[in-house]
Design a protein. Structure first.
Length: 276
């Protein structure tokens, strides 16, 4: 017990340390005290007049260790969020930093992230529509990545995967949908591409309706037009589309087919390599 007490209250001295005029031990590197005096009324309690203290360089080392630990913890948290939140590893690359400037709507995605607290409180959803390859999924992925970097959970998936999960899941439908609705932001990619069976449409409706009742934002990407949404082919589609239009603000994506342009550039590059 005595040895433990001595370890706590004795200050280890380095060869370069020295005694100051006040009788305390000073660090030979930063020239600040490594000891401090107890208040007069505590001396009798501890049986000594001083205790160890952090000098400036020790404090800086401790703060650096703590900062490094926080950075590691943050990176681990973000990695876990992206592992759980993305259904395709390629989505990790859909970031503002990787933007090639070919999606004119991307500044709106940055605004969405910057004003996330307002978007969340006001249940601000987006319906991203336009032709194939115009950057809708990339836009949504940028928002997802940026929010997850802030340690905000996001789920980005599509209804084809959701329907497969529901069919294979051992948990009940309600539990699965509740888990989807627990995410602060849910992103449904390629809406309208899933199979249109009676069972499939019923599950799609339950997911969207549950999300609506959870009062949390939903972002949807689709090749459907507002005209398609306002003139559904049947009642099953009508109630799904009504919910979407009610929850999400439509954003039109125009411009060239980015995927086709990238494929063309790749083809030209391969021709160049093979012909030289």
């Amino acid at each position: 017990m005595t040895n433990d007490f001595e370890k706590i209250f004795n200050t280890a001295a380095e060869p370069e340390d020295y005694k100051g005029e006040d009788g305390l031990l000073y660090c030979g590197k930063c020239r600040t005290p490594k000891e401090a005096y107890f208040p007069a009324d505590k001396i009798a309690l501890f049986g000594r007049d001083r205790h160890p203290a952090e000098c400036k360089c020790r404090r800086a080392q401790r703060m650096e260790r703590e900062a490094a630990g926080q950075r590691r913890k943050h990176l681990d948290t973000v990695e876990d969020l992206k592992r759980r939140g993305f259904t395709d590893p390629a989505m990790r690359n859909w970031t503002f930093e990787n933007d090639n400037g070919k999606c004119p709507q991307l500044p709106m995605a940055k605004k969405y992230v910057e004003r996330w607290e307002e978007m969340q409180s006001e249940n601000g959803g987006l319906l991203l529509w336009g032709k194939v390859g115009t950057g809708k999924s990339y836009f949504a992925g940028c928002i997802a990545n940026a929010l997850m970097e802030q340690e905000i959970p996001v789920k980005m998936t599509n209804f084809a995967l959701i329907l497969n999960d529901l069919a294979a899941s051992f948990e009940g439908r309600n539990e699965y949908i509740s888990r989807l609705c627990s995410y602060p932001l849910l992103i449904i990619d390629d809406f309208g591409m899933e199979r249109g069976t009676e069972y499939g449409l019923e599950q799609v409706y339950h997911v969207i309706d549950s999300r609506s009742r959870s009062e949390k934002p939903l972002i949807v990407t689709t090749n459907l037009t507002p005209d398609n949404l306002q003139n559904p082919q049947d009642t099953d589609h009508a109630r799904i589309y009504d919910r979407l239009v009610e929850m999400c603000v439509p954003v039109l994506f125009t411009g060239e087919n980015i995927r086709r342009a990238a494929a063309q550039q790749k083809m030209e590059r391969l021709k160049e390599l093979l012909n030289n």
